[in-house]
Design a protein around this ligand. Sequence first.
Ligand code: ATP
Length: 384
Amino acid sequence: MPAASGARHKSKCKEAKSMSYLTLKDINKIYPNGFHAVHNFNLDIDKGEFIVFVGPSGCGKSTTLRMIAGLEDISNGEFLINGKRANELGPREREVAMVFQSYALYPQMTVFDNIAFGLTLQGVDEEVIEEKVKNTARILGLTDYLDRLPRALSGGQRQRVAIGRAIIRKVGVFLMDEPLSNLDAKQRVTMRSEIAQIHRETGATTIYVTHDQTEAMTLADRIVVMKDGYVQQTGTPYELYHNPVNVFVAGFIGEPPMNFIRARVKGGRIPFGPNTLDVASRLGNKAAQYEGKEIVFGFRPESIELGAREDAYQVSAQVELTEMLGDNANVYITAGEDKAILKVDPHDTPEIDSSIIFSIPYGDVYLFDGETEKVIERVLEKSR
Ligand code: ATP
């Protein structure tokens, strides 16, 4: 899935590389109380792209989205639409439609009237409105609900009405701020695929904010990972998963998260519980530079194999807990003080308290600098 998204984006870029549709150039937000919420945010967005801003609570995602929408002033930097400065344009002039966390539907109006609201305000001809509402309702699977009031709808249906209200206006950009956060887990999965479908049908440029990495991975052409107001990395889901630039991105993308063993290099090796792993050969000409320094050894739960394999680190460990998840199982292991999660075939799930050996293929290991937390370059290249 991530690979497909990446390929999709690449071909799109080839077609239209002359000028980006939206450009964020060194955008900063400093709130009136002096809080610097967004630092030097840079991004070029092509027409039709699905961009997701992801990161933990408070990292500046919504602030950035609201600056794009024209709901917050940009303190510093430039926002361009089709190459023209748009900082001073109001929300309407920017041709954006926003879908918020709370659906903000009018409770006394039917689904039809809620969807039609923007067009009615603009004084659009009734027949045209009727046709557009019906077409929008068809895309969203709301045809049978047009006469209902919002209170007689499920959460997912309400969210679709809110999306309908946005997509009925012919705007250039859809901005969505955590649109699925009020839904339960099952509804979120359904709505997620519906949003992807709507994007395919409308082809509209979309910027979507979430703190959920699965939503980001499944929806995005490109993801922007943020932390503490700073962009950590921008890339396709495939790039972020395979080539994270730092410990934060490596740990944020992927479920269960990447395992990290933090240790000091001694004689070219690091301890992993009772095991000692040769990292010098992975570090190559940087081995001397890291001797005596702390590094972070990372591997994904799904990249291990049970048993001893060639071309792999072999680690002995104790099984602490297992979790059966249907098509796979999580195995929580300890090796001395170190802990990790392994994702295995459910048929191979080891017994709790048993001793196991597992292998981490050399090519699937990530090494990060313990101080800067950045990936060590040679390893980044090798793990591609
Ligand atoms: P969440 O997922 O919780 O919505 P977020 O990543 O969208 O988080 P923002 O809402 O953009 O984060 O907020 C970024 C930071 O700016 C937070 O620390 C927040 O407290 C702060 N902030 C937001 N609005 C204001 C404001 N009006 N004045 C001062 N600080 C603000």
